[in-house]
Ligand binder design. Structure first.
Ligand code: RUB
Length: 342
């Protein structure tokens, strides 16, 4: 359900509960995929600003900071979340330098959120347009997990009349690959669903791997669904092109300062049943949700600003975040680190 669907009355009466609902939608993965997560988070910030009963501008800023902190604790790897929130908060901060009036700051937050959402949707569209040109007639593609940006690249190429087929890995443990397979197949694209461990078996048939990203580091390393880096290694070995579709708001400015992207580790019950865990309590189960593909295994990153080699990531980050102070950048990084890591 879209954030805006939640009735005005409920939101007005209980902004805190509403924020909690948005955060738990992201935590539980009812809303998933880095782009969707960012838009959901920014919509939540918008609603907090719009329906806040703060008495003055300062109180609104404190409320927004608290909301940002809660939202950022939900999915630590999604840099898009921090960047979306930063987009809003930076503009509120700039507005606050001119005036601390409550309504001025409220409007600044709402306008920034609207702008981020609109631009992020346009970015996916543009990535589809740019990335689709890389797909040729007769190609065999492979994709992993479910990425709206990667799907848009394939959808657009198909709509433009190119004919190709796609291997889709099912993507354990949550099977997001099935969602991708269903979408591509509904467009008429020939799809073969495979288990993740069959990637090497089929890699020699594949011309291009197309995946999305949760984060792109300053050195061009790509953080994406667990298993992506295995596929990238296989593609490298088979000399198969490895293409990443990523909006620039997934690029991590903190990594310029040597910070590492936090990899989210999810509950063991996503991998085996609770019964299994009880019965074999001595078996430890680990469930990292993402992994890191080194830049040497990435051929190109398709962004809404154009195609870049992984080495170009640093330039994109400087262009986008160069004007933001280092302490401002690190503030949102700190919010994402869980208490036991601090
Ligand atoms: C989803 C995933 C996707 C990226 C990019 O992981 O790894 O490839 O988020 O997606 P999860 P998009 O299912 O754990 O959220 O292109 O839609 O932003």
């Amino acid at each position: 359900m879209a954030v805006e669907d939640i009735s005005f009355v409920v939101v007005y009466l209980n902004n805190a509960k509403f924020l909690e609902k948005a955060a738990s939608d992201i935590e539980s993965m009812r809303v998933r995929g880095a782009g969707n997560i960012a838009r959901h988070a920014v919509s939540a910030m918008r609603m907090v600003a719009k329906y806040s009963r703060a008495k003055d501008g300062k109180a609104l800023m404190i409320e927004l900071e608290a909301a940002a902190k809660r939202i950022l604790s939900t999915r630590p790897t999604a840099v898009s979340l921090a960047n979306g929130i930063r987009y809003v908060m930076y503009r509120v901060k700039i507005a606050s330098m001119g005036s601390m009036d409550l309504e001025v700051l409220r409007s600044a937050a709402v306008a920034a959120a609207d702008e981020f959402i609109e631009e992020s949707i346009k970015a996916v569209d543009r990535i589809g347009e740019i990335g689709s040109r890389r797909i040729r007639n007769g190609d065999v593609l492979l994709t992993h997990c479910h990425s709206a940006a990667a799907v848009e690249v394939m959808r657009r190429a198909w709509m433009d009349g190119r004919r190709f087929s796609v291997y889709v890995t099912e993507t354990r443990p949550r099977f997001q690959g099935r969602e991708t397979a269903i979408i591509l197949s509904s467009l008429g694209i020939p799809v073969t669903l495979i288990v993740d461990s069959a990637a090497r078996y089929f890699m020699n048939d594949v011309d291009r791997v197309v995946v999305g990203a949760d984060a792109v580091a300053a050195n061009g390393a790509v953080v994406n669904k667990i298993g992506t880096s295995t596929i990238a290694t296989l593609a490298h070995e088979a000399r198969t092109q490895f293409m990443v579709a990523s909006e620039t708001y997934k690029f991590s400015p903190e990594t310029v300062m040597g910070e590492l992207v936090t990899v989210e580790e999810r509950d063991a019950s996503e991998v085996v049943s609770k019964n299994f865990l009880r019965k074999y309590s001595k078996i430890r189960v680990r469930n990292p949700a993402f992994d890191i593909t080194p830049p040497e295994y990435v051929d190109l990153i398709v962004t809404e600003r154009g195609v870049i080699p992984p080495q170009g990531a640093i330039m994109v980050i400087h262009e986008l975040f160069g004007s933001i102070q280092q302490d401002e950048l690190l503030k949102y990084q700190t919010y994402r680190i869980t208490e036991d890591q601090q």
